[in-house]
Structure formats: C-alpha cells, structure tokens
Write a protein that binds this ligand. Structure first.
Ligand SMILES: [Zn+2]
Length: 257
C-alpha cells in the first residue's frame, strides 16, 4: 500500500523548489545585494525611504523563494506569491526612478547605447548568467546617474522575468488543474486499479468483461459478460467492487474552500 501511496504522490505533487535556478530569483538576489549596499551609501540612515527600499528588495527575493516552495502543494499560492514579488520589485523600480528624479538625473532610454551595455551584462561573463559581481562596477560607482540607471534596468528585467513566470504558471494551472483536480484523478485511477480482477465465465471458463445492459429490466446496470460473447452467453452479476472510501480533503487545507 505504501508503494501505491508513493506512486500517487509522485503523480499529483510535481517537482518544486529549485528556486536557485530561476532567472527571476537570480536577478532578485542581485537587486537585494545591490539595494542594501546602495541604501547604506546613498540614503540617510533611519529614513523611511531607506527602510522601504530594503523591505521591497527583501520581499522581492523572499516571495520568489516562498512561491517556489509552495509550488508543491498549491499553484494558486505560487501564483499569488510570485505576484507579490513582482509588486515589490515594481515599487523598488519606482524608488530608483525617484532616486534619479530627485537628483535631476535622466532615466536612460531603454534603447540608448548605455542601457544596452547594461542589458548585455545579464548573460554574465561566462554565459552562466550574471551575479552581483557582474554589476559591481556600476553599483559601486560614485556617479548617481550610473547607479540609478543600472538599478532601473535590473528592476525592469526582474519584473519582465516575473511577468513571464506568472503567465507560465497560469498556463500550467489551466492545463493541469490544481492539486485538488490531480488528487481526484489519481484517486479515480487508484480505485480502478484496485477493483477486483475479472471473474471467469461460469460456462466456458474464459475471463469476463464488465458490460452494461442496454435493454430489458436491467438496462443501465453493470454485469459481467463472457469475453467470447456472442459465441458464449455466460453472465455473472456485477458484485460491487471492493473500493476503499475516498478520504476527504482535510478541511484546513488551503484548497478546500
Ligand atoms: Zn463463456
């Protein structure tokens, strides 16, 4: 029985975690590291803005992690937390635009050569993807125009990646259904597999097949008919198969609403 349970689990709980491999997580991690460095360097200690920027950066990264961990049990939660991450990094994007605005500095056009140079860094030096070190020269620059714009670019990239991730999650949810739908499907399959094996024909000894009466007083009812029908007309009553009761979804589970 344990084996069957393990097999069912495999089927309705998809792989999860592995957030370290998500492009959005890697981007959010760079933003998190850069923001803590920049807040300390550029923004007055104890100011609300500094607090908020650090919180947004942390929330962006943290919610991507939590979404990934939740993916095992609830696609809805995963989608929700990914949306929270996007909102946090969207707020941070505004903060960095303000950082430039309040200093009278321009947000670089996204097609300008300087913006393109920064965007190219995303591939990383070895093609393995960027890390904080890839952007260190820009982040640690003493020119606030460079600092603000590299962060605007990073936040834009993170929001783009999260948008794509949310669309993919929604697509997967529509196609595969939530865990509840997958549990039901797995239960039905398990029940069918557990149903008693076919009996043999009382007249000829061949295995029997489950059939449904089409007419007569038993129309619509299931019965066992000989596999050799119409050569053999042996039948048996369809004894109710021994099916264990289906356990209900626990009432405190997130999906039981
Ligand atoms: Zn028969």
């Amino acid at each position: 029985m344990w084996d069957r349970g393990a097999k069912m689990n495999q089927r309705f709980i998809p792989p999860h975690g592995g957030y370290e491999q998500l492009a959005s997580y890697r981007k959010a991690l760079i933003i998190f590291q850069a923001t803590y460095y920049l807040a300390a360097k550029w923004i007055r200690m104890g100011s609300r803005t500094r607090d908020q920027m650090e919180q947004s950066a942390r929330s962006g990264k943290q919610n991507i992690v939590e979404a990934s961990l939740a993916s095992a049990t609830s696609k809805q939660t995963e989608i929700h937390l990914t949306n929270v991450a996007k909102a946090s990094l969207g707020e941070l994007l505004e903060d960095y635009k303000d950082f430039l605005l309040l200093r009278g500095l321009p947000v670089w056009d996204k097609d300008s050569p300087r913006s393109q140079d920064i965007r190219r860094l995303a591939r990383g030096t070895d093609g393995m993807g960027a890390t904080f070190d890839t952007y260190r020269r820009h982040v640690e620059s003493d020119d606030p125009e460079v600092v603000g714009n590299v962060m605007v670019c990073l936040c834009n990239q993170a929001c783009f990646l999260l948008n794509r991730q949310i669309r993919q999650l929604e697509q997967a949810f529509l196609q595969e259904g939530g865990i509840r739908e997958r549990m039901t499907r797995a239960r039905v399959e398990a029940r069918e597999a557990q149903a008693s094996p076919a009996p043999v024909c009382p007249q000829c000894g061949k295995p029997m097949r489950q059939r449904t009466a089409r007419q007569g007083p038993n129309a619509g009812k299931a019965f066992w008919g000989c596999a050799a029908y119409p050569d053999c007309r042996g039948v048996r009553d369809a004894a109710a198969p021994q099916v264990p009761p289906v356990p209900p979804v626990p009432p405190n589970s997130e999906e039981a609403q």
